[in-house]
Structures are given as C-alpha cells and as structure tokens.
Design a protein around this ligand. Structure first.
Ligand code: 5GP
Ligand code: MN
Length: 345
C-alpha cells in the first residue's frame, strides 16, 4: 500500500519524540467538533503511552456529547482557564496543531502559539494548509484528522499501542466527520483503519449512541422549528437554508452543539445540493455551508463570507445583520445557477 505519510516526515517526528520525556501540547480549532476532540485526545493518549507529558488546548468549550473520552482530563479550555493555557504553552517542547489549516483557526490561542519557538507539527485534512509549521501532514483525501493520526501511529511502527483508549477517540473523529460513514468514505483504507480500531474491542454501537443519540428535548424541538418554520427552499437553484437569531435560540434554551448537523438535513431533499445555516453568535453571523457533488462551498465561503473549509462542508462569518446576511446569500445564489445545476452525486 502506498504510504500516506512521507518517510521524511515520519523520521522527523521520530526525531522529535526520541531522547526522553517531552512536554507536548496539542492545539485544535474553535468550536471543537468530534474530529477535533477525538483526534487530539487520541493522539495525546498515544503520546502518553510513549511516556510523554501531554496536554490538549481548545479555544472554547465543546458539547457535552464529546465529554466522555478516556484521557479527556488533559483538555484545557482557553476561555475558561487562559492563564493555565498560557503556562502550558510556555512549558511546551513540541506543539501539534490538529484539524485546521491556518493558525488563526485556533482563535485566541494563536496569540500564544505564535510566540512559541520550538518545533511545530500540523496534522490536518483541510485543503490549502498554510505554511505555519515545521512539519506538515496534510491530506485532503483523509476523511478525518483522526484517520491521519492513526496513519502516523502506524507509520511510526506503533499500531500495537492503539488500545481502546486511543481507538475510541479516533473512531469518534472518523464517525463524526463522515456523518457515520455517509460522506468522504469511499477510500477502502478508511475501513481498514476502522477494522483495526474495532479489533481493540471498542463498543461501536455505544460510541455511536453517545455521539448521535444525544438530543435534548429542546434540541429536537429546535430542529423541528428549523425544518418546519424556518427553512427557505429555492428549488430553481437546488438550495435550501435556514437562519436562527439569538432570540429564537434562547426560546429553545440553546446550548453549544445544539445545532450541530442541522445544516445537513435539507440535503436529504431530492435535488437539493446546497444548504446553509445562519446563526447569530457573539455579535456576528456565523454560517455553515454544505453541498452534494461538485459545488465548492469552501470557495463560496472564502469569496463572500470570510471563511473556508472543505469542498462539501465549510463555514464563514460576517458582521452584517442577520437580514442583510441572508439577503446577500439570496442575491448571490443565482450567480451560481450553472454550477449548482450540475452539482450532483
Ligand atoms: P461547521 O459548519 O461544522 O462549523 O464547519 C465545517 C467545516 O468548515 C470545518 O471543518 C472547517 O473546516 C470549516 N469552517 C467553518 N467555519 C469556518 C471559518 O469561519 N473559517 C474557515 N476558514 N473555515 C471554517
Ligand atoms: Mn476534521
């Protein structure tokens, strides 16, 4: 099998990890998702097995349904414990950046990581990685960063160190980033890796349930409200979207993570290939985009909403009001009529 990670890169990482116990910090992106937490805690569990001292830093809090992985106690949330987080970075020998492609995606943590003079390693599967690390493992063909963490451990000759504690984290990353093997999972290698993870004895059904059967009653009602009252369908452009203001979110006792995955629902409408959700957040409008087929949502996000991401899953933001942001979107979509017309699976 063609090795995904260059031998040079493997050798460099081997070099970093040898000669005694290292203090390693793993940083991931704002609004950490299942892959961010799963790949980071999974890598940390592995590095701790090698005898290293490992911490994970996340910019802001993450949803409850991700707060169960073994080894999660190494996670520090910047916004909850800024000074502790700064101290962690100041006392680090090696910095790993996981699941994002430019330094500013780790939010306020970037102020501190930019001062860090030691070796920096990126492991990511987003397109167009910026040049901000000494060692870069970047593969857009990977369904999740967790998959690349497994490849790295394997390339280092340590696949036998992947026990349940590592496997359940990496499996969670793969499961969440692929919508339970719904997308980005056409590469047989993904299933070979998943096969290896399952061999450790992890309980697949239980992990799936923890990650996906987690709706509160309020969250389920919010989804119903979105689909029933808020969805705007533009059949002539194969597009559907919804928006949620702070006031609406408050009505449903919104908690972080509650709208996770909502943007995917309209893609189940026959012929819809492009979806968006607009949410009022911290005085800005945060947007998520999804598509089926070739329509490049990341290009749309970077050209119009200061964002980026993958072809079929991206996000951005704007300082416009909600009404202005939605109007901008509605005005833009017809300009993409041709691309949307041919975007099909
Ligand atoms: P989500 O819609 O789940 O928040 O994000 C989906 C993907 O879009 C993420 O994996 C990330 O790559 C990308 N993304 C979301 N928001 C932003 C943003 O504001 N800027 C950039 N560059 N990428 C984003
Ligand atoms: Mn990811």
């Amino acid at each position: 099998m063609l090795k995904r990670i260059d031998l040079d890169v493997v050798k460099s990482i081997e070099g970093l990890l040898k000669n005694g116990r290292k203090r390693i910090t793993i940083v991931t992106h704002v609004n950490p998702d299942g892959d961010a937490i799963g790949s980071s805690v999974g890598l940390s569990n592995y590095l701790r097995k090698l005898g290293h001292f490992c911490k994970v830093l996340v910019p802001n809090d993450y949803p409850e349904y991700l707060q169960w992985m073994k080894g999660e106690e190494v996670v520090t949330v910047w916004f909850k414990a800024k000074y502790k987080a700064i101290e962690i970075i100041e006392n680090t020998d090696i910095l790993f950046f996981l699941d994002f492609n430019e330094e500013m995606r780790c939010g306020a943590i970037a102020e501190e990581t930019k001062k860090f003079k030691g070796p920096r390693v990126l492991i990511d599967h987003h397109p167009h990685p910026a040049d901000f690390t000494d060692i870069t493992i970047s593969d857009t063909g990977a369904c999740a960063t967790a998959e690349l963490v497994y490849e790295l451990i394997d390339a280092l000759g340590d696949s036998d160190l992947v026990d349940e504690s590592v496997a359940e984290c990496l499996f969670s990353g793969i499961l969440t980033d692929t919508g339970s093997f719904n997308y980005n999972t056409s590469n047989p290698r993904t299933y070979e890796i998943v096969g290896q993870l399952l061999k450790t004895g992890i309980d697949k059904d239980r992990i799936h349930s923890r990650l996906f059967d987690n709706f509160s009653h309020d969250r389920m009602k919010l989804l119903g409200y979105c689909l029933n009252d808020k969805m705007v369908y533009m059949p002539e452009f194969k597009t559907a979207f919804f928006s949620l203001t702070q006031e609406e979110l408050a009505k449903f006792n919104f908690k972080p993570g509650d709208t996770e995955g909502f943007v995917n629902f309209p893609l189940s409408i026959k012929d819809v290939v492009f979806t968006a959700i607009f949410m009022e957040k911290d005085g800005k409008i945060k947007i998520s985009f999804r598509s089926k087929g070739t329509f490049p949502t990341n290009k749309f996000a970077s050209e119009h909403f200061r964002g980026g991401g993958h072809v079929n899953a991206s996000g951005g933001e704007t300082n416009l009001t909600m009404d202005e942001a939605v109007q901008k979107f509605v005005d833009l979509v017809p300009q993409y009529a041709e691309e949307l017309k041919i975007s099909m699976l």
